[in-house]
Every structure is written in structure tokens, then in C-alpha cells.
Design a protein around this ligand. Structure first.
Ligand code: VGL
Ligand code: ZN
Length: 257
């Protein structure tokens, strides 16, 4: 690599040139673009993240995601959907359906949305409670109407087990069951996963953590993410960096084309 300024760094233009004409040819990366949970309930429905602590506007992810889908030749494109049955364990209005463990910090009668409780085991299970959201086949579970869905889209449904929540698109929170994602990625020999969507500090964060643990080159497209809680988003970012994930913006991906 050239380092034409002689300062020990190569600039973005040089890197893009090297990547396209040389590095990519040798390394032969296979890319997947994974768009996490860009669903109505998180944007303008029952779990509207603009009403949460970070007060972020979920619909703002649509524009950068559509721009990437239009210009970047990803080898495959995945859309995950939070897809809960009506009796799902994460819904605040279902908290009386299951027994709580004595160690639960809040009782069922006092529990409110966004509290964390502990359900009885074995083993006891910590669970954050959310408003009822993304119920299977409801409007709230649909992808945002302006999100481009490519012809080759591969949809991955998660959170379908009533008794276990599922933040990562790879695994449920107890690691009992894998979604179809890993098999699909292996079938296509994917090496690099570009991840974005909602919520940065919940499902996006859990998914990129699993991708890195499995050994993928994982890239978070930060300007195409919106989150629930600013402190949690900062923690998610640090975890990604500490585990050798990359954090970039959509314009950086567009500049690689
Ligand atoms: C999510 C809370 C509950 C997410 C899903 O997609 O980030 N957050 N269920
Ligand atoms: Zn959910």
C-alpha cells in the first residue's frame, strides 16, 4: 500500500483503489447485508423508540439502507423480523402468565414496561419486559412501508418461542435454538456481514456480538441504526470495538463501490 503522504497512513481513496483492484481479488470476501427489525412497532407503533430514553426516530434508518441496497453489490441480503406469538414472555401484559423467581427485583403486580424481572427456573431467567409488539402477522410486525425489499431477500424470523426472547438474529437469548441465519450464511460461504437496523443497543448489538463470536468480519453501519438508550448504545459500541468489529457509516460503504 502506497502511503503517498509519507505519514504512515493511506487515505480513503488509495484504500478504495487497493481494495477494488488488489485486496478484494486475493481475499475474495463474500458479503451479507443484514437489516435488523425495521418494523412498524419500533418506529411508530407500540414499542416506538422515539418515546424511549434516547428519543431516536426509527424511520431515519430507511433512507441510508435504501441507498445501500440500490448501489452496493452485496452477495446476499437478509431482513430479520421480531415475530412474537401473542403469549410471548417479553410482553408486560403477559407477566402474570408465568411464575416469577423470588429473586425478581420487581413483583408481577408492580412490574411495568421496560422493567427487568426474573422468571422462575430452572434455571431462573432474567427478562426485560416490553409493551406488546411485533405480534405475528400484525401491522406492527410488518417492515416499514418505505423500506426497499430486494427480490432476492432472505427473511429471518426470531422470537417465535413463547417462553424465550430472542435479541440476536442468530440465537434465542438462552441459546436453545438457532434461527435459519447461520445455515444460510454457511451455504453462501459468507465471510463479511454488514449489520444495521433497530434497536442499536438491543437486537443489533446482540447480533453483531454473535457474528464476531462466530468469527465473521462484522461491520456495523452506524448511521443506519437507531436505539433505545444512549448509555446502552455507548456500551454496545465499546463492546463491538473491543471484539474487533468495525464501525462505519453508510457513506464509507458507498465509497467502496
Ligand atoms: C427488540 C425489544 C424487544 C429489537 C425486540 O428488535 O431491538 N427490542 N424486542
Ligand atoms: Zn421483541
Amino acid at each position: 500500500v502506497f502511503d503517498k503522504n509519507g505519514d504512515g497512513y493511506i487515505d480513503k481513496e488509495e484504500f478504495t483503489f487497493c481494495w477494488n483492484h488488489w485486496i478484494k481479488v486475493i481475499v475474495r470476501p463474500v458479503s451479507a447485508f443484514l437489516i435488523v427489525d425495521v418494523q412498524n412497532d419500533f418506529i411508530s407503533g407500540t414499542l416506538n423508540i422515539s418515546k424511549c430514553n434516547a428519543q431516536q426516530e426509527g424511520s431515519e434508518v430507511v433512507e441510508p439502507i435504501n441507498a445501500l441496497l440500490e448501489s452496493v453489490p452485496f452477495d446476499c441480503v437478509f431482513y430479520s423480523l421480531d415475530w412474537h406469538p401473542p403469549d410471548h414472555v417479553s410482553f408486560i401484559d403477559n407477566v402474570h402468565m408465568r411464575e416469577l423467581d423470588p429473586s425478581s427485583p420487581v413483583s408481577a403486580d408492580k412490574a411495568q414496561a421496560y422493567d427487568t424481572v426474573v422468571f422462575a427456573g430452572p434455571p431462573p431467567m432474567r427478562q426485560r419486559l416490553w409493551p406488546r409488539h411485533c405480534v405475528q402477522d400484525s401491522w406492527g410486525a410488518e417492515l416499514h412501508k418505505d423500506l426497499k425489499v430486494v427480490d432476492s431477500a432472505i427473511k429471518v424470523y426470531k422470537g417465535t418461542n413463547p417462553d424465550v426472547d430472542s435479541y440476536s438474529v442468530f440465537w434465542d437469548n438462552k441459546k436453545l435454538t438457532e434461527t435459519s441465519l447461520s445455515t444460510q450464511l454457511r451455504m453462501r460461504a459468507v465471510t463479511d456481514i454488514y449489520i444495521c437496523g433497530i434497536a442499536y443497543d438491543v437486537c443489533v448489538g446482540a447480533t453483531i456480538a454473535d457474528a464476531l463470536a462466530i468469527g465473521y468480519r462484522a461491520v456495523l453501519i452506524e448511521d443506519a441504526c437507531r436505539g433505545v438508550d444512549l448509555a446502552d448504545m455507548q456500551r454496545t459500541k465499546s463492546t463491538i470495538i473491543n471484539n474487533n468489529g468495525l464501525i462505519i457509516n453508510s457513506e464509507d460503504v458507498l465509497a467502496m463501490v
